[in-house]
Design a protein around this ligand. Sequence first.
Ligand code: FAD
Length: 602
Amino acid sequence: MAGHEALGPVPTLDEKHSGTPKRLSKEAQEVRARLFSNHTLPASQPRKRALRLPPGVSQESFDTAVRELRGAIGSGNVELNDKPLVDGWYIEHPNTHDAYHIVDQEELVSSATVYPGSTEEVQATVRWANKFGIPIYPISIGRNLGYGGAAPRIPGAVVVDLGRRMHKVLKVDGENASCVVEPGVTYFKLYEEIQKLNLPLWIDTPDLGGGSVLGNAIDRGVGYTPYGDHFANHCGMEVVLPNGELLRTGMGAMPGPNGTDNPTWQSFQHAFGPSIDGIFSQSNFGIVTKMGFHLMPETEHQSYIFTFPRDEDFEQIVDIIRPLAQKRILGNIPQLRHVIQELNVTGKTKADFHSGTQPMTREEIRAAASKMPLGDCSWVFYGTQYGTRESIASQLETIKASFGQVPGSKFYLPSDLPKDHYLHDRALVCSGVPVLKELDWLNWVPNAGHLFFSPIAPTRGKDARTIHELIVAAHKRHGFDLFPTLCVAGREIHYITNIIYNRADADMKARAVRLMREVIAECAGKGFGEYRTHLLFADQVAGTYNWNDSAFMRFNETIKDVLDPNGILAPGRNGIWPKRFRGKGWELKADDTDMSKIGPRL
Ligand code: FAD
């Protein structure tokens, strides 16, 4: 689709809470132009159906409910989802549906969006949902792209968009090296605020900087400085429970003197008694309205690449990384990628390297890679070291000696590579500077959307080989190029694959669904489970965590039914269904490959 210019300039952070920082305005404009140059779909199409009502709610009752909510929090803060759906792109993204729709665009849609402006208004919204029996689905920024975007699991649920009016950095504590944020604070915004304060502190950002610091952490997302496990580095939460009550976790459960916040709320995560923070991550037990995070004091750093010549080097590379990571010689979670990602991260399309729709052959990848800066290789390791110049030099000596055991391995510093090589952007991400570069791999096919398949495997060569071969075979069977990004820690690997599909190609979408269903089941057969998944695969993934007659899910359901007896909060998120919906045909299981209708299947 031409005409991204019609959208006008990409909004900046000053104009919109979810915009880009001014320093990235030009780049954002260019990224958007590249993405739209490979779009054939129109910006929007007339709706096939009228507004999607919440299940079991009549139009009359819905109208009454909306009137009441508008009265409570302001009429401009409740918007009906009755206009044509616009997928937009990463920065100008929708809060009405899944922008990367893997099923029909109109299936995973909300009925309305609510914009609370305070914790009290979140409480009012939750009480309203209980009164009318309307399911609500909270998002912070709604950029959970690859995992369902801003869509609710139940079509017709009301999306609670927390970010639009609740996007303050509430506190940055230079001494404690910590912050407290509201849901709408993006990595871009937190970074810019810290620069304004001129504090020597880093944030930790995922590959892209537009996500919510809070939303990403409660979905247990990852970044790439030594503080890359976002949930592990949170400290203190404020949560609205499904009955509207307000709770603070950690030291925040103890009031500070004279009505202030507890002075150690951002200092000690666990406090006293059961540590309950975890139950508010990847769940539907509460809406998080404030969250604290530790920030890393800035330090010297050095990013680099090792390349390895053969696909078969894979096992040895993993076995070399394990002790380096366990001894913390590797300072962050490094990424191990396949050389095919050197092609797509340039922003070029598949058509630039290959004609036809079949996956590229190994020979084609080799031929194309030979013309790229890293040349003909197989695996590419992106690492970063931290500390003083001297300690970085000594760490690099150890790492070079270790990877040097792989015949033909090569080492590169940023200065060895052209200015537009991805390593320069990686160096920014790995030192806490949020960027946009990774969006370029979405130019691979026209109208690209993607699913993340994100299983966990032990950091052991033979296990890594097992999971890799299984994923390679499944991609071949269904005709997809394989883009593996392995985040390798000392004991486990997040093996992330980006299954990229054309949103205008129904057959390709159906194949992507079958591919997901099969790899989830096959990995579970070997004991490998996903750490996170797209909304529509959550039931299947949750079903694989079924040890002892699904004791884990039964425990989650027990909590859900006590906290949310009316089943209003994000039903079905992470496979947790409240009593009201459970066993009534909403669950999507391993054999549900036809997902043309998301609704009760009984
Ligand atoms: P949201 O969409 O706002 O929230 C995520 C989910 O959490 C929501 O769907 C909702 O269920 C729940 N939720 C949100 N807020 C609340 C709340 N306040 N209370 C209760 N529940 C809530 N992700 C990574 O982690 N690391 C990466 O490196 C990474 N790289 C990516 C690269 C590309 C090219 C793309 C397209 C995506 C990538 N992602 C990555 C995935 C995703 O973009 C990020 O995880 C992003 O931060 C998630 O979106 P968000 O922060 O806007 O969260």
